[in-house]
Design a protein around this ligand. Structure first.
Ligand SMILES: *Cc1c(COP(=O)(O)O)cnc(C)c1O
Length: 369
């Protein structure tokens, strides 16, 4: 272990007691791992921790936490929408939105790889009693024509199509971004058919930075938007659901029923305010790092198809002498954590805690394989 690595490890340890090993059973050496498994693994920066410690707080179920109130009004304003609500997770903001926009028996239209369908534990059925119409899209993205084809006719045999949910960036699409004009076309179809349009924007800020778009553009077309603060933006906890005053009023009731009413959670909201002010523009660094890793992988004899890298995610196919699992295990021995997301695919997610020297070490390691 180099002196520099030791100092880095010591600083990390100081910043985040108790050590990761206590929570995950991974072992103390995990402090030295380069962790590309997800952009959720970040620890708060010193500046963020300071903002959290200074936060004025109150009981948010009484509406009395000034820092949460500030985060909610700031988020609504950012998107040019009427209101917002702070929640513990992106799963909760998505599930609350679906509950707000549907009745039991309705149908939600989304892409087949959507987080709301694949990774929220069947919550659409469990929480909302709604069915799902899955669309076979392009790297997680769907088109207005596909939405139109999948809206049920007004027929007593059919579930009522009431909601379209999009994901931007698309997680399983490898951080894919929509063209905004495609979203506008989907919005038109929704308006013509009296359907609501929700955005799972867990990584929306990555898309905004990559495509040079604005929050306000999105606020104009969506009925509700969920953003995650604990992904690329680097907070320990939290997501925000943004929408109309009526939707958010309803959302507040549903959040309570889901058990998501928190008390002095302003300490967490302070991290969110800090992240929105300080960690958005820097997402471009993550995108550059992802490109560098992609370039290192390109043309290697054990690498098959690499999905186009548009933001902070690199998904590639493993072929030849490795399987996704064996390559992930080999990289782990070299101090690099990646995720095998299928027997043949590995996902690398770049984030706030990945430094340029980590990217270089990763590239050097790839070149030895
Ligand atoms: C992470 C993520 C969420 C929310 O996940 P939580 O872990 O519940 O915060 C929602 N949608 C997408 C696309 C995600 O990647």
């Amino acid at each position: 272990m180099s002196k520099k690595t030791q100092v880095f490890a010591a600083n990390l340890y100081k910043l985040s007691p108790p050590p990761h090993s206590l929570q995950s059973g991974i072992g103390v050496s995990s402090q030295l791992m380069i962790d590309f498994r997800s952009d959720t693994v970040t620890r708060p920066t010193p500046g963020m921790l300071e903002a959290m410690m200074k936060a004025p707080v109150g009981d948010d179920v009484f509406g009395e936490d000034p820092t949460i109130n500030q985060l909610e009004s700031m988020s609504a304003e950012l998107f040019g929408m009427e209101a917002a609500i702070f929640c513990p997770s992106g799963t909760m903001t998505n599930q609350i939105a679906i509950k707000c926009h549907t009745q039991p028996g309705d149908e939600v239209i989304c892409e087949k790889l959507s987080h709301i369908y694949q990774y929220e534990g069947g919550g659409i059925a469990f929480n909302s009693g709604a069915s799902v119409r899955l669309i076979d899209g392009d790297r997680g993205r769907i088109t207005a024509a596909q939405v139109r084809e999948n809206i049920n006719p007004d027929d007593v045999h059919k579930p009522v199509s009431t909601l379209v949910s999009l994901e931007n960036t698309g997680n399983r699409g490898g951080g894919s971004c929509y063209n905004f004009s495609d979203i506008q076309e989907i919005k038109e179809v929704c308006l013509q058919n009296k359907m609501k349009l929700h955005l799972d924007g867990a990584r929306l800020f990555n898309a905004l930075v990559a495509k040079n778009e604005t929050c306000k553009q999105y606020g104009e077309v969506f009925d509700s938007i969920s953003i995650c603060l604990s992904k690329g933006l680097g907070t320990p906890v939290g997501s925000v659901l943004i929408g109309t005053r009526d939707t958010i009023k309803k959302a507040r009731r549903i959040r309570k029923i889901f058990g998501g009413g928190m008390r002095q959670a302003g300490y967490l909201a302070a991290a969110g305010i800090y992240a929105l002010e300080n960690h958005v523009a820097r997402l471009a660094d993550d995108h550059r790092h992802a490109q560098q890793i992609k370039t290192a992988l390109s043309g290697k004899d054990f690498v098959g198809e690499i999905l186009p890298v548009e933001t902070n995610i690199v998904i590639f196919e493993v072929k030849g002498r490795y399987t996704a699992a064996s390559l992930a295990a080999l990289l782990k021995e070299q101090g690099i954590y990646v995720m095998a997301i299928s027997p043949k695919q590995i996902r690398i997610v770049v984030h706030l805690d990945i430094r340029p020297e980590d990217v270089q070490r990763t590239i050097d390691t790839i070149n030895t394989l």
